[in-house]
Design a protein around this ligand. Structure first.
Ligand code: 5AD
Length: 370
């Protein structure tokens, strides 16, 4: 490989110009080198195992109105649902018996008391039903620190809350100005998650209208500076029922896909021990793109195990894949797909991000030395 590329990739920093070059340079030799290096770093630092998280889309009831999202509160054509307790437990037990090691409980954002209690109750019941062996990641939006603590004590160990973009101006353009969609509140929620003790995950949408490669480079720097444990990021996709006013200046689908894969690879080089998901949205552009993400540094797959009858009502974006593929078929599918890579599924493993252990170890050490 060209020495200059080798030098860039071996010693990658958050230098914005370099990251922009690596995100956009059409040189195929560079692209191949970047993806290969990212896979090697993943294999060396976290092993060649891929963690499976069973994704349970608990409810599409949402109090927020994010302009890009298909289940925003003001989209009238969505049939609103919430799974029954039994359906959630059944899905969790299925994941446990299928040896997935963990599930993600995801839902639209609500912060009323009934919802907070319900999630607490579900966390407790999942622990009981699976001998405390199944780990639960929550992805239920912005909450107060108190709520985060309640859910942590009830058994939630990881939390995913995407920053969506680390550019506050772009964030504002994607949300209504109503005091309920504030960039600083999102940041504060992320800080509360870390403080509470969660393995903390965030992420961004890639190829948003008005988003530049410079902004994406700064998103990478944001992940690094915020010291996150897990990242899920994928292409922005158009949505029925959305309210995106800026339709000019759009990245093509291929560009969004390419940028997304390069973001995964670059993040792997910048944060060697974090968990990185091969996000579902990738697959809406290209059926092979999630496996491509594994080939360039990702180490988490989230097979959807939501009961089939609810799937079409949880469409955050158009062309969402897997509406008719049930949990068992999905797990089998990804197990087979992984055979086309150098990775293997990590059965029965919770798959805590190594980064979380490393950052806690550092904090303990600092405490001991002070
Ligand atoms: N395109 C891509 N991703 C989207 N999400 C919501 N709407 C879209 C869309 N139109 C993502 C957001 C959110 C996550 C649950 O789904 O990043 O945090």
């Amino acid at each position: 490989m060209n020495n200059y590329y080798q030098y860039l990739l071996n010693d990658l920093s958050c230098d914005r110009e370099t990251l922009v070059e690596l995100l956009t340079d059409p040189d195929t030799e560079l692209r191949t080198a970047l993806f290969r290096q990212a896979a090697l770093v993943r294999n060396r630092e976290t092993g060649n195992k891929v963690f499976f998280r069973g994704l349970i889309e608990y409810s599409n009831q949402c109090s927020k109105d994010c302009k890009y999202c298909g289940i925003r509160v003001s989209n009238p054509v969505v049939d609103r649902y919430a799974l029954s307790d039994e359906e959630v437990i059944e899905a969790a037990v299925f994941a446990w018996k299928s040896r997935l090691g963990s599930v993600v409980l995801q839902s639209g954002e609500r912060s009323d008391r009934a919802f907070i209690h319900k999630i607490t109750h579900l966390l407790e019941r999942i622990q009981e039903a699976t001998n405390g062996e199944l780990k639960v990641t929550l992805s239920c939006g912005e909450q107060t620190e108190e709520t985060f603590r309640t859910w942590f004590q009830a058994g939630g160990t990881r939390y995913l809350l995407r920053i969506e973009t680390s550019n506050s101006g772009l964030f504002e353009s994607l949300h209504p100005v109503d005091g309920k969609h504030l960039f600083r509140t999102r940041l504060k929620a992320l800080e509360s998650l870390k403080k509470t003790g969660y393995q903390t995950g965030t992420g961004v949408m890639i190829g948003l209208p008005g988003q530049t490669a410079e902004m994406l480079a700064l998103d990478l720097a944001f992940f690094k500076n915020f010291n996150v444990d897990m990242v899920g990021m994928g292409p922005y996709l158009e949505t029925e029922g959305s309210d995106m006013d800026d339709r000019s200046n759009l990245w093509s689908l291929n560009e969004r896909l390419e940028l997304s894969l390069r973001m995964v690879a670059l993040l792997r080089l910048l944060m060697k021990d974090v968990n990185i998901a091969a996000s579902t949205a990738l697959q809406a552009i290209d059926p092979d793109a999630r496996i491509e993400a594994i080939r360039c540094g990702a180490n988490v797959l989230m097979p959807n195990i939501t009961p089939l009858k609810y799937r079409e009502n949880y469409q955050l974006y158009n062309n969402k894949p897997g509406l008719t593929v049930d949990g068992a078929q999905n797990i089998k599918y990804w197990e087979e797909q992984l055979k086309n890579t150098e990775c293997i599924p990590a059965w029965d493993e919770a798959g805590d991000p190594l980064h979380f252990q490393h950052r806690n170890y550092k904090t303990e050490k600092q405490k001991a030395m002070s």
